[in-house]
Write a protein of this length. Sequence first.
Length: 251
Amino acid sequence: MPLARLIPCLDVAHGRVVKGVSFVGLRDVGDPVELAQFYSDGGADELVFLDITATPEENATMTSVVAQVADVLEIPFTVGGGVRSVDDASRIIESGADRVSLNSAALANPSLITAIANRFGSQAVVVAIDAGDGVVHTHGGRVATATATLPWAVEACERGAGEILLTSIRQDGQRSGFDLALTVAVREAVTIPVIASGGAGCAQHVADALRVTDAALVASIVHENPAGLAGLRREIEELGIELRPFKERHG
């Protein structure tokens, strides 16, 4: 089984990294390029960059920011927000991202998953699932759908997704731990890696998630102290989790 991954997430609104609680009450926490550099140098295994206003406000993902962020990274990089077509995915990947993340558009048009996977390979397609009360939510967690979480995860896998990014809306920003029951259910239902997201408050929470799935997203606990990422890695490893080896990077 591949080694566990620790993945900082940058939620971006209007070119700035923001953080909220259960997708609301957003506050500014920094510049995406500066934070990306911190995380790349500090031991992140990968990075996720989500333009959380792109879909609700019908804005295109800011490819210029994506290119700037990609320039400072030495780690794989996923970009989501406003990806509605193969052309959108192409623009993002050509700007320097390794993968694109699909959410609302994939639900509206599931064949988009297959189309992008056929063009760039399944490894370039992440399907983000914002889950709450047993159903999938769209538009940055604002709109509940009638689509049940588990069947959608299975369909996304069958249509060519290479990975699932699973966020618990209830736990997001609460720092009380990941929704392990939801994470386990999705991980057991699919044959592709699942990234747990929503609820990390300490190293123990992350370790608990990594015992049941492939990777864990962190945001609040590292945005407040980006330089502390290396320490978080050490704590997680001391709790018995084997992360991917990290070699110190120099910008």
